[in-house]
Write a protein that binds this ligand. Structure first.
Ligand SMILES: [Zn+2]
Ligand SMILES: [Zn+2]
Length: 198
């Protein structure tokens, strides 16, 4: 080795990997695999994690609030849309995402805009489950109402023979498809809103 050759430097985690990259926070040497890209430059895993935990400041209670707000909003939404028979696919495609965004905004406000690592998942799933429950609930009520009206008019025996049974196929038929798309899109929007950087 001749004098003047630059000294070789190695990753702090992987001593066999030569690297000149340094964490912009703690100055530790890191190989390409150890470097994590953050909005404020490349950092070592440890510093990136610290930065993330400052970003994710939700308490465990916040998860309950997010689940509650999104679940109830989804339930009301699914139920209302089902009751009003607003299960048009076009309607769902236009309004599903903005309505989901509004639900996420409501959840953010309810928790002083705090977020956790899993807020998006919790909010999205709660919206979806709440929405499906509301949608299926109102589809069921619509069905029973129609059924009972027909029974009053024609008698139970005739209706039982001619009315479609209350099956999964029934739930997934006709206008209900739009309702399910609506609920799905709203849930995706809640998840997406939480994944967005502030
Ligand atoms: Zn570092
Ligand atoms: Zn490494």
């Amino acid at each position: 080795m001749s004098v003047g050759t630059e000294e070789k430097t190695f990753c702090a985690v992987h001593p066999d990997r030569e690297t000149a990259l340094r964490c912009n926070k703690c100055d530790r040497l890191m190989c390409v695999q150890c470097a994590v890209r953050t909005p404020i430059g490349y950092r070592c895993r440890e510093c990136a994690r610290q930065h993330e935990s400052r970003f994710f400041n939700a308490s465990s209670n916040d998860y309950l609030v997010v689940a509650g707000v999104c679940g109830v909003a989804g339930l009301l939404l699914g139920g209302l849309m089902g009751a009003l028979q607003l299960g048009f696919v076009l309607f769902a495609l236009i309004l599903g995402l903005p309505v989901g965004g509004a639900i996420a905004e409501l959840a953010l406000r309810s928790t002083q805009r705090r977020r956790g690592r899993y807020s998006g998942e919790v909010g999205g799933v709660a919206t979806f489950v709440g929405g499906l429950t509301g949608a299926f609930g109102s589809i069921y009520l619509n069905y029973m109402q129609q059924y009972n009206q027909l029974v009053d008019q024609f008698g139970e025996r005739v209706v039982a023979q001619n009315f479609p049974p209350l099956s999964l196929d029934y739930f997934l038929s006709g206008a209900n498809v739009g309702l399910l798309i609506f609920v799905g899109l709203a849930a995706v929007a809640v998840y997406g809103r939480y994944r967005m950087k502030m």
